[in-house]
Design a protein around this ligand. Structure first.
Ligand code: ADP
Ligand code: MG
Ligand code: MG
Length: 889
C-alpha cells in the first residue's frame, strides 16, 4: 500500500528537507523544523503523489488515503489532547497547500477548520468569546471562498457594513456579539450563493478543504504562475494539515513574517513585520499597518508603533535564535512565518527567501566571507540572467525629469529615444543610426524585429505578462507597459497625453524599473561592476575555463565590453559600421558598381573609414585578440528602396536613376539570406577582401605603433561551405598582407579562420581545418540552415510549435543541442583531428545564453562571444558550467 501521509510534530517527523519532491517545499521544511526540535504545531502532510493520483483518476481521492488521514489525525488529536471540532477545547486545523517550489499566494489556505455552531461555543467558553467568534467568521469566509466559491469581497462588504453601522474603523473593535451578527449574515450569504448551508461536520470540512487544495493546482492563477516560472504541471501540490495556533488571542498574541537578511539590500540583519492580535492573512492583506520586528528598523523607519523587540522581548529573543539556527542549517537566507499564542512562539514556515539581484550578491559574498558557504557555492547561488537587472543604464537620480505618464515597470533599465509607432520604422531608423523607442497600443509577435531594433518599448495597454513585457524581459530591453493615460493613434502617428501631442521623432525617456515615462532625454548613469558584484565575478573568473569575448564594432561597445571583463572581441561585423549616413553612400556605390574599376574606386573611399574604425578598435582592446569578419552583407539591406531614395543615391554616386533602377533589379535576390553574401561575395569581388585586409593590417600596424602593444588580428571568412572557398579568399588575404608588411617596418602577424555556419562546413571540418587557424560557430545562421528556416519569418510557426509543445525553447535563443549542437560537436572533433590546437569559439546570439554556454563547456570550446552587456552573464554562466561539470565528473 502506497504511503500517502507523513506526520510531523512533537520533536520528530517522518519526513525531512530532502523530501521536497514528495512533501512539497512547505511540508519538507515543516518536517525538518520538527526534526530540529523547533516549536512547530504538529500535523501531517499528504504527498504530491496523492495529488497526481487525484488528477490521473478523474479527481478522486486515492485508495487508502482516508484511512491514513484518519490515523494521522488520531495521532494528532492524542498529541494535542483535543478532538477535531469536539469539546471542551476543540482541535482546530489549518489546511495549507505547498508545491515543490514555492508559489507565493498562488494556491489556497484554510484556517480554523473544525469550527461549527457547537464547537465555537466550546471554544468561547474555554478560551475567550471574542476570539472564538472572530475565528469562526474567518473560517466561514476563507472556507467559503476557497471551497464553496463564494466571493471573498461579498463577505468583506458585509463586514464593512457592520463596521460602519457601529462607527468602527478596525475589525479589532468588534465584540463577540458583533461577530455573532456578522456570522449569521455570512451563513445566510453562503445559503444564498451556494447550493446548501455552510457544512457543520468537521470531517466534511476537512475533506472539502483537502480536495480544494488539490483542485487549486489547476486554477488559473497557479497555471499562469507555472507557465511564467517553467514549473511542470506534473509536480503536483502537497497538502499540509496542521494544528492551529492562534495569534488572535489578545494582546499577548501576534503573527508575523521575517527574513534572516534584508531581501532588498542583502544586509545582514533580521528584517520583518508583525501584527498584534491577528491571524496570518491579516499581515499580507494590508488591512492594518504592520509593525517592525526590530528596534533598529522601527527607528530607521521613524515609526511610533512598538517593535516586537520591546513589546515581547522573550519571544523576540527566542525567535532570533531560531532564525539564526535555520540560516545556519539551510546555509541560505530564510524567509519565515511565525505566530505567538499568549506568549508562546510557534514556527509556521521557513524557506530560502526570494531576493533582489543586488541582495543576492551581497548575501552570497557575505556568507562566503563568513565561512558559511564556499566561494564556489556563492558563484552557484546567483542566477546568471538575473545580473541583467544590474547591467542596464539607470536614470541619474540627480537629473531633472518631467514625468508625463506612468505604466507598469515591465522590464528594468532606462532608455531615451525618438518615438516611432511602427516596428518597420523602428528598424529603418535604427539602421540609419537613430535611437528609437517603439510606442504601441500593444505588441504582437510580428513586431519582434522592430522591438529588437528599439532601445525601449512603451505600450498603453497590457500588464506584466503582456507580449511586450514578456518579450522585452527576454531581450533585456527596458519596457513600460499599460501606460493607460497615453492616447496612441498609430494611423496619425501621434501620442497624446496631458493635453499635449507627441509626434514621431519627439524624444522621450522610459524607466522600465519604475514605470515612468518622461519628456525629452534624461541623463543616465552607465552600469558598472563594482562592490559585491565585482567580488563575485572575480570568484567566477577563478572557476571558469571558457574564455568570454564580446561581439562589438564600435569603440564604445568595445570599451563597455572591456569594462565588463571581455577578454577580446569574438566578432566584429564590418558591415555594421556602414549604416551611418556618410558611409552608406560609399557602400552603396561599391555594391551597385558595374565593373571592377568602379568598385575599386568606391572601395578606395571606404578604406580610410575602415582603417580608422579598426584602429580605434585595436587601440581600445589594447593587445587583446580581435576577430574581424570580412564583409557579409545581404546586399538588399544596403540597396535604396523608394523612388525618392533611388534618385538621391543616383545623384550622390553620379549615375542616372533609370540605370540605378536596372542595377537594383539585377542585384535583387529571391532569398538574400542565402544569396551572394559571405565568402561568395568575396569570391565574386576579391577587391573587397583586398581593401578590408589592407584596412585591418594597416590599422593593426598603426595601433601597435601607438600603444606599443602587439596587435594580432584574427581575420574571419564568413559562410564557408567548402575548403576551396576558404583557400581562394585566403590567397587574397595573404597576398595583400604581404604587400602591406613589405611596405612597413612593423610586420603584423595575423591568423585566418572561418565561421562554421553551414552544415556542410561542419561535416567537412576536418578538411576545412587545413586552412583555418580558428573556427567560430555562427550559430544564428547555423540554426537557420540546420532547420531550414529563416529567422525573419519563423516567429509565426515557432510560436505555434512552442504552444503545442513541439519544441520547448526558441532555438534562436537557446541552442538546439540535439541538432545544431551535434553539428558543432562533429566540427570540433573533426577540426581537431587536423589541428589539435585549433582555436574554437561561438559568436551567435547563443554566446550569452546560460544553457547554451553549458553546452559550449561540454563541447570543449575555447571561448564564447556575446553582446557587451551580456559579458558578466556569460562569465558567471561559464563558471557555473565548469563547476557543474566538476561536480558530476
Ligand atoms: P502561503 O503559502 O500562501 O504562505 P500558508 O500555508 O503559509 O500560505 O498560510 C498562510 C498563513 O496562514 C501563514 O502565514 C500563517 O500565518 C497562517 N497559518 C497557516 N497555518 C497555520 C497554523 N497552523 N496556525 C496558525 N496560523 C497558520
Ligand atoms: Mg506561507
Ligand atoms: Mg552569419
Amino acid at each position: 500500500m502506497t504511503k500517502w501521509v507523513y506526520s510531523f510534530g512533537g520533536g520528530s517527523a517522518e519526513g525531512s528537507r530532502d523530501m521536497r519532491n514528495l512533501l512539497g517545499g512547505k511540508g519538507a521544511n515543516l518536517a525538518e523544523m520538527a526534526n530540529l526540535g523547533l516549536p512547530v504545531p504538529p500535523g501531517f502532510t499528504i504527498s504530491t503523489e496523492a495529488c497526481n493520483w487525484f488528477y490521473a483518476n478523474g479527481r478522486q481521492m486515492p485508495e487508502g488515503l482516508h484511512e491514513q488521514v484518519a490515523e494521522a489525525l488520531a495521532k494528532l488529536e492524542k498529541l494535542q489532547g483535543k478532538t477535531l471540532g469536539g469539546a471542551p477545547m476543540p482541535l482546530l486545523l489549518s489546511v495549507r497547500s505547498g508545491a515543490r517550489s514555492s508559489m507565493p499566494g498562488m494556491m489556497d489556505t484554510v484556517l480554523n477548520l473544525g469550527l461549527n455552531d457547537e464547537s465555537v461555543q466550546a471554544l468561547a467558553e474555554s478560551a475567550d468569546p471574542r476570539f472564538a467568534y472572530d475565528s469562526y467568521r474567518r473560517f466561514i469566509q476563507m472556507y467559503s471562498d476557497v471551497v464553496l466559491g463564494v466571493e471573498h469581497h461579498d463577505f468583506e462588504a458585509i463586514l464593512e457594513q457592520e463596521r460602519e453601522a457601529r462607527g468602527f474603523e478596525t475589525d479589532t473593535q468588534l465584540s463577540a456579539e458583533d461577530w455573532q451578527v456578522v456570522i449569521e449574515r455570512f451563513k445566510a450569504l453562503v445559503i444564498e450563493v451556494n447550493e446548501g448551508p455552510f457544512p457543520q461536520d468537521p470531517q466534511d470540512q476537512l475533506w472539502g478543504a483537502i480536495s480544494a487544495v488539490f483542485s487549486s493546482w489547476m486554477n488559473n492563477r497557479a497555471i499562469t504562475y507555472r507557465k511564467l516560472h517553467d514549473i511542470p504541471e506534473s509536480w503536483g501540490t502537497a497538502v499540509n494539515v496542521q494544528a492551529m495556533v492562534f495569534g488572535n488571542m489578545g494582546d499577548t498574541s501576534a503573527t508575523g513574517v521575517a527574513f534572516t537578511r534584508d531581501p532588498s539590500t542583502g544586509e545582514k540583519a533580521l528584517y520583518g513585520e508583525f501584527l498584534v492580535n491577528a491571524q496570518g492573512e491579516d499581515v499580507v492583506a494590508g488591512i492594518r499597518t504592520p509593525q517592525y520586528l526590530t528596534e533598529k528598523a522601527r527607528v530607521q523607519a521613524g515609526s511610533d508603533a512598538p517593535s516586537l523587540e520591546t513589546l515581547m522581548p522573550e519571544s523576540f529573543k527566542e525567535f532570533c535564535a531560531h532564525a539564526d539556527r535555520l540560516e545556519r542549517h539551510y546555509r541560505d537566507m530564510q524567509d519565515m512565518e511565525f505566530t505567538i499564542e499568549r506568549g508562546t512562539l510557534w514556527m509556521l514556515q521557513t524557506r530560502n527567501g526570494k531576493r533582489t539581484t543586488h541582495a543576492a550578491l551581497k548575501i552570497a559574498t557575505g556568507m562566503a566571507e563568513e565561512g558559511l558557504i564556499t566561494q564556489e557555492e556563492a558563484v552557484m547561488r546567483i542566477e546568471p540572467t538575473s545580473l541583467d537587472q544590474l547591467l542596464h543604464p539607470t536614470l541619474d537620480p540627480k537629473a531633472e525629469r518631467n514625468v508625463i505618464a506612468r505604466g507598469l515597470p515591465a522590464s528594468p533599465g532606462a532608455a531615451s529615444g525618438e518615438i516611432v509607432f511602427t516596428p518597420d520604422k523602428a528598424d529603418l531608423l535604427t539602421k540609419e543610426g537613430h535611437q528609437v523607442i517603439l510606442v504601441r497600443m500593444e505588441t504582437s509577435p510580428e513586431d519582434i524585429q522592430g522591438m529588437v531594433s528599439s532601445r525601449g518599448i512603451l505600450t498603453s495597454r497590457g500588464g506584466m505578462t503582456s507580449h511586450a513585457a514578456v518579450v522585452a524581459r527576454g531581450m533585456g530591453k527596458p519596457c513600460v507597459c499599460g501606460a493607460g493615460s497615453l492616447k496612441i493613434d498609430h494611423k496619425a502617428g501621434t501620442m497624446m497625453v496631458l493635453g499635449k501631442v507627441y509626434k514621431e521623432g519627439d524624444v522621450i525617456t522610459i524607466d522600465g524599473s519604475t514605470g515612468e515615462v518622461m519628456e525629452g532625454a534624461v541623463a543616465m548613469l552607465q552600469p558598472e561592476v563594482s562592490g559585491d558584484f565585482a567580488t563575485l565575478m572575480k570568484w567566477a573568473d577563478q572557476a571558469r575555463r571558457l574564455g568570454v569575448r564580446a561581439n562589438a564594432e564600435t569603440p564604445e561597445d568595445a570599451r563597455a565590453a572591456r569594462d565588463f571583463g571581455a577578454e577580446g572581441i569574438g566578432l566584429c561585423r564590418t558591415e555594421h559600421t556602414f549604416f551611418q549616413d556618410d558611409r552608406i553612400i560609399a557602400m552603396r556605390e561599391m555594391i551597385v558598381a558595374e565593373d571592377r574599376e568602379a568598385r575599386r574606386a568606391a572601395l578606395a573611399k571606404l578604406l580610410p573609414l575602415q582603417r580608422h574604425d579598426f584602429f580605434e578598435l585595436f587601440k581600445t582592446m589594447r593587445g587583446l585578440p580581435v576577430t574581424i569578419r570580412l564583409l557579409d552583407p545581404p546586399l538588399h539591406e544596403f540597396l535604396p528602396k523608394g523612388e525618392k531614395e533611388i534618385e538621391e543615391v543616383a545623384a550622390a554616386i553620379g549615375t542616372e536613376p533609370s540605370r540605378l533602377r536596372e542595377r537594383i533589379i539585377e542585384l535583387t535576390e529571391a532569398n538574400p539570406m542565402l544569396g551572394s553574401r559571405g565568402c561568395r561575395l568575396l569570391l565574386l569581388h576579391p577587391e573587397i577582401t583586398e581593401m578590408q585586409t589592407r584596412a585591418i593590417l594597416e590599422a593593426a600596424r598603426d595601433a601597435a605603433h601607438q600603444t606599443g602593444e602587439p596587435v594580432i588580428p584574427e581575420i574571419m571568412v564568413p559562410l564557408v561551405g567548402m575548403l576551396p572557398e576558404l583557400d581562394k579568399v585566403k590567397e587574397v588575404i595573404d597576398r595583400t598582407a604581404e604587400e602591406v608588411n613589405a611596405s612597413s617596418e612593423i610586420k603584423i602577424t595575423y591568423t585566418v579562420g572561418t565561421m562554421i555556419e553551414l552544415p556542410r562546413a561542419a561535416i567537412r571540418a576536418r578538411e576545412i581545418a587545413q586552412s583555418a587557424q580558428f573556427f567560430s560557430f555562427g550559430t544564428n545562421d547555423l540554426t537557420q540552415t540546420t532547420y531550414g528556416i529563416s529567422r525573419d519569418d519563423a516567429a509565426s510557426f515557432l510560436g505555434h510549435y512552442q504552444e503545442i509543445g513541439l519544441i520547448e525553447k526558441d532555438p534562436f535563443i537557446t541552442l538546439d543541442t540535439e541538432g545544431v549542437g551535434a553539428l558543432i560537436a562533429l566540427a570540433v572533433k573533426e577540426g581537431r583531428v587536423t589541428k589539435p590546437d585549433l582555436k574554437l569559439g561561438i559568436c551567435g546570439e547563443h554566446g550569452g545564453d546560460p544553457a547554451s554556454i553549458r553546452f559550449c563547456e561540454e563541447a570543449g570550446l575555447d571561448y564564447v562571444s556575446c553582446s557587451p552587456y551580456r559579458v558578466p552573464v556569460a562569465r558567471l554562466a561559464a563558471a557555473q558550467a565548469a563547476l557543474g561539470k566538476k561536480a558530476t565528473s
